[in-house]
Design a protein around this ligand. Structure first.
Ligand SMILES: C[S@@+](CC[C@H](N)C(=O)[O-])C[C@H]1O[C@@H](n2cnc3c(N)ncnc32)[C@H](O)[C@@H]1O
Length: 263
């Protein structure tokens, strides 16, 4: 077997850390998975424990009972430790960005993996992963806080990045731009004046500030009001499955990648 592409990095993970992203994947891509013959999902870089891969498998099985999930890790010791937790439909394999699976995956999740590479590499590996996808396949690549209460992820398809999603527990931030520390590697260094992602977060903070009167009804209501305000000037998703009140009430907001892409 050829050497897996990538490097072993820190294996930090934990129960429910990726719950917010799993919930979004089930809502945004459940139909895609259900419509496929033998849908294959890859969880790339699952870390020191198999737990987030198992959780993803259980959550996706609820929306697509035929889904198969393969956890891929570049650290052989982590693959050996996960092995005993395999079950029908869930397996673990040694590998890297080359994705050693028997057919093109319909969905690849890579969370808290690319942030440990440099920016140029992150773009390069996005492209490599995109080329491995099934024709209508998608990638969810993101970063989150240690316990997963603040998360940001990019949705990509074979053509490139499509969406950027922010997701937070209402007690895990003071203002929306606090989520900037979870931006994916391709954006984290672009959160500076003059770059679109910086303007987006500035306007999100303003929308949050002017929505303060709604705080009397709770942070959820305030977030919804801020999302509505922001949607007047930014291409924020306003209808399900990516947007609208059913998503905003979860502390989520999705904006078109084109609007926040680096200049
Ligand atoms: C911080 S952990 C993330 C674990 C889990 N995804 C999470 O978010 O909780 C990153 C893991 O990705 C693995 N990794 C890094 N580069 C990889 C690659 N190219 N292919 C597979 N795994 C990789 C590292 O070995 C590490 O175990």
């Amino acid at each position: 077997m050829a050497k897996p592409i990538g490097e072993i990095t820190r294996g930090t993970t934990g129960h429910n850390r990726l719950r917010r992203a799993d919930r979004w994947v089930a809502a945004a891509h459940g139909r895609l998975l259900r419509g496929a013959d033998r849908p294959l999902v890859v969880d790339l870089g699952y870390g020191a424990s198999h737990v987030t891969t198992l959780e993803m498998f259980l959550r996706l099985r609820r929306v697509c009972p035929s889904v198969e999930v393969v956890g891929i890790e570049i650290d052989p010791a982590r693959v050996a430790a996960a092995g005993p937790h395999a079950c029908p439909g869930l397996s673990f394999a040694l590998g890297g960005f080359e994705l050693p699976v028997d057919r093109p995956p319909l969905l690849v999740r890579a969370f808290n993996v690319l942030r440990q590479y440099d920016e140029a590499r992150a773009w390069e590996y996005w492209e490599m992963l995109r080329r491995r996808l099934a024709p209508d396949g998608v990638i969810v690549e993101g970063t989150c806080s240690e316990v997963g209460h603040r998360a940001v992820w990019v949705g990509l398809d074979r053509a490139g990045p499509r969406t950027l999603t922010f997701s937070a527990r209402f007690d895990a931030f003071e203002r929306p731009s606090d989520l900037a520390d979870r931006l994916p590697k391709t954006l984290i260094h672009r959160n500076v004046p003059g770059e679109p992602v910086h303007a987006f977060l500035r306007d999100f903070d303003r929308a949050w500030a002017v929505s303060a009167p709604f705080a009397a009804y709770g942070s959820r209501r305030r977030w919804i009001a801020a999302a509505e305000t922001l949607a007047a000037t930014w291409p924020v998703a306003v209808r399900p499955p990516l947007g609208g009140r059913s998503r905003w009430r979860l502390g989520e907001i999705t904006v078109s990648w084109a609007a926040v892409a680096p200049l």
